[in-house]
Write a protein that binds this ligand. Structure first.
Ligand SMILES: Cc1cc2nc3c(=O)[nH]c(=O)nc-3n(C[C@H](O)[C@H](O)[C@H](O)COP(=O)(O)OP(=O)(O)OC[C@H]3O[C@@H](n4cnc5c(N)ncnc54)[C@H](O)[C@@H]3O)c2cc1C
Length: 310
């Protein structure tokens, strides 16, 4: 929405905004906690409130056509976009394309944790969606792997729903999360944070029954004799996000193998002329305020490419 509004503001008059979901706003819709928009709107908003402000501006812009439940399945280097709407496969030829496809979560399989494969292990963002949007509580006793903001916020969210959050386990010696989140999400709820520790094993047959935790040395190897077990029925994995760029990659754009973002010397550019990327699909941002700011740059860059407003 930020990119579309900025492109319009820079003179582009025929903009199609494709969204596979039935609402605009992306991940913001599941982030019902406050803390959004402090920079952008100088107000403390929840995620849906932040999204709503942009949705209203988008609705008020007649040159921006919004198409919901529109799943983009193909992008060509010539900027032909194919998307599925209920019951139809549509195609559109664009003069410029801005990809704003967000990111996906790293999973348990990406940080190999030995043990069994019982039910009860969830990516933390998925658990956030289950709790906040579907009304499902994933379990009764949880351990959270990773102390980034999503892990911290989910620790508090689960505690507020009556789940006993036994611990947050962090392999590094400092958290990547905001200090305010460590205080407000863990300390205020008496949830222990184990720095320099890792989950060495998840066990349980059908359902998670517990995890083994060990302290790690400077090489992240287990310190002998430091192990202990924590009984739990749920493990939330919050170990990083990966820019979502399957469509760009399939279109032949250069992708940086280290980040999975578009390989580019300049913000919001891709190697395909006229195809731009913004938000978490370009690089993973901590704050939505910066996503909006940089996505506006993408909108203006696309307008400049099109020579709009001249
Ligand atoms: C789980 C999680 C929690 C977060 N919590 C916070 C927080 O508390 N505070 C904060 O400031 N920031 C938070 N962030 C940071 C986040 O960077 C921003 O909140 C921001 O909203 C991300 O915006 P985005 O548009 O880049 O991505 P997204 O919000 O993920 O939007 C991408 C959109 O693209 C759509 N899409 C993807 N592929 C296709 C396709 N093929 N066809 C059609 N549509 C498609 C998706 O449905 C989605 O709507 C969080 C991020 C995550 C992942």
């Amino acid at each position: 929405m930020a990119a579309a509004l900025a492109a319009r503001g820079a003179g582009v008059r025929d903009i199609l905004l494709l969204e596979r979901d039935q609402h605009l706003g992306g991940i913001l819709n599941q982030c019902i906690h406050p803390g959004f928009g402090l920079h952008r709107f100088k107000a403390e908003l929840t995620g849906p409130e932040y999204a709503d402000r942009f949705a209203r501006m988008t609705a008020a812009a007649p040159e921006i056509e919004v198409s919901l439940r529109s799943f983009v399945v193909r992008l060509t280097p010539e900027r032909r976009v194919s998307y599925l709407k209920p019951g139809a496969l549509e195609e559109v030829q664009a003069r410029a394309v801005i990809m704003a496809t967000g990111c996906r979560e790293r999973t348990r399989e990406m940080i190999p944790i030995p043990g069994t494969r019982p039910a009860g292990v969830y990516p933390a963002g998925l658990a956030q969606k289950m709790v906040n949007m579907e009304g499902w509580i994933p379990g009764r006793e949880a351990v959270i792997i990773g102390s980034g903001d999503i892990g911290l916020i989910m620790a508090r969210r689960m505690a507020l729903e009556g789940v006993k959050v036994r611990a947050v386990i962090e392999i590094q010696d400092k958290t990547r999360g905001l200090v305010r989140n460590v205080v407000q999400c863990l300390e205020d709820f008496g949830i222990p944070l184990y720095m320099r520790h890792k989950v060495a094993r998840i066990y349980g047959r059908d359902r998670v029954e517990g995890v083994d935790v060990v302290r790690v040395d400077d090489n992240f190897a287990a310190v002998p004799g430091s192990g202990f077990s924590i009984p739990c029925d749920t493990v939330l994995v919050s170990v990083g996000l990966i820019p979502e760029n399957e469509l760009l990659e399939a279109a032949g754009a250069a992708i940086d193998p280290a980040t999975n973002g578009p390989a580019s010397a300049e913000l919001n550019r891709t190697s395909i002329p006229g195809v731009f990327a913004c938000g978490n699909s370009f690089k993973v941002y901590d704050l939505v305020d910066w996503v909006s700011r940089d996505s506006e740059l993408a909108g203006r860059a696309a307008a400049e490419y099109l020579g709009a407003g001249r």
